[in-house]
Design a protein around this ligand. Sequence first.
Ligand code: RP5
Length: 160
Amino acid sequence: MSPNENFDVHIIMGSLSDEAVGKKAADKLQSLDIPYKVSVASAHRTPDFLEDIVSHSPAKVFIAIAGLAAALPGAIASHTGRPVIGVPVSGKVNMDSILSIVQMPPGIPVGCVGLDRGDNAAILAAQMLGVADPKVAEAVNEMRVKMASKVRADCSSVEL
Ligand code: RP5
């Protein structure tokens, strides 16, 4: 990471095979105009590399995307006091990654969104940033207003 790099959200994927879920998070952050960076680092395969990335990251919030025995969000949280949002990635079993993220020991919590919900992780990160940044809070609000309009429009046009 170059010393001058600046971004608010750091998306870290446990593997390049998590790319589709990472893209959902990146696309949503882009649509909210939030600067982000994407890295690949594994809690189990590259623990030292992960620690190096986290300790040098200027991000205010981390999004950690991982499947199987998804230690990544917890491992990131062990290296920083900044908030970590975990995204469990679906696979053959599904509950494995959810429980690996949710069942953190007392004292080192991580947030957890739904299976493959990179988009929700990005929105939750935006809501955290929005507490101190009115521009981001307004972008989240606009997104919610658009969503509500679509539901109302769907209600008016539904024909079954
Ligand atoms: C996890 O193991 C990764 O986050 C990924 O979801 C899963 C499989 O990784 P690959 O074998 O595809 O690299 O650590």
